[in-house]
Design a binder for this molecule. Structure first.
Ligand code: HEC
Length: 160
């Protein structure tokens, strides 16, 4: 009986134990981002410093809070920016969108992501909403974005 109670308590403790870092801090997939503000687009060609892994056509989207941030230069918690990266193909003297390579995400939560400038960084492979690409807690993403410290670590600028 005692063992059973002990086991039950141990089971309960396991159940209520805090979730691991990656579970509590994982950046959610940005559902519905194709309906957000389209900030800008860019084509990155072979030979560019960002070629690996960012060669392709990308479109940058901002949710409501991030759209305000693009104007003011500082971002409230809940701001989300998306880097939607597609392959491209040349066809009849045009450059056309191909299959999606990845969806890059920056999700602002100053307390949760304090070690990476208040932004959670994540990449989702291809069309997957669950296959995550970032394995270092966003450190390597942040190391490059840190150049934009004066603009709250964001490169993009809004155009009319
Ligand atoms: C070597 C530098 C570099 C690295 C590493 C990098 N980025 Fe970026 N990122 C950029 C640049 C430059 C832009 C602006 C692109 C543009 O103007 O269209 C950008 C733009 C973005 C944006 C749109 C918001 C903004 O800042 O303009 C997101 C979201 C983003 N990156 C996510 C990521 C994620 C997630 C990672 C890591 C998996 C990452 N980035 C790694 C250079 C980098």
């Amino acid at each position: 009986m005692k063992t059973r109670v002990a086991l039950a308590i141990a089971g309960l403790l396991l159940f209520v134990a805090p979730a691991s870092y990656s579970e509590t801090n994982s950046v959610p997939f940005p559902e519905g981002y194709r309906n957000w503000l389209h900030a800008k687009s860019m084509l990155i060609q072979p030979g560019h410093a960002l070629e690996n892994p960012f060669q392709g056509i990308h479109h940058i989207y901002a949710n409501g809070k991030a759209a305000k941030g693009l104007k003011s230069g500082s971002y409230a918690d809940g701001s989300v920016l998306v880097f939607d990266l597609l392959n491209y193909e040349e066809k009849d003297k045009t450059i056309q969108e191909g299959k999606r390579k990845l969806v890059g995400v920056m999700h602002k939560d100053a307390a949760k992501y304090a070690s990476t400038g208040g932004w959670g960084f994540e990449g989702f492979a291809g069309d997957s909403k669950t296959e995550r690409l970032v394995t270092d807690g966003g450190k390597s993403c942040f190391d490059c974005h840190t150049a934009q410290k004066a603009k709250d670590f964001v490169f993009s600028e809004l155009r009319d």
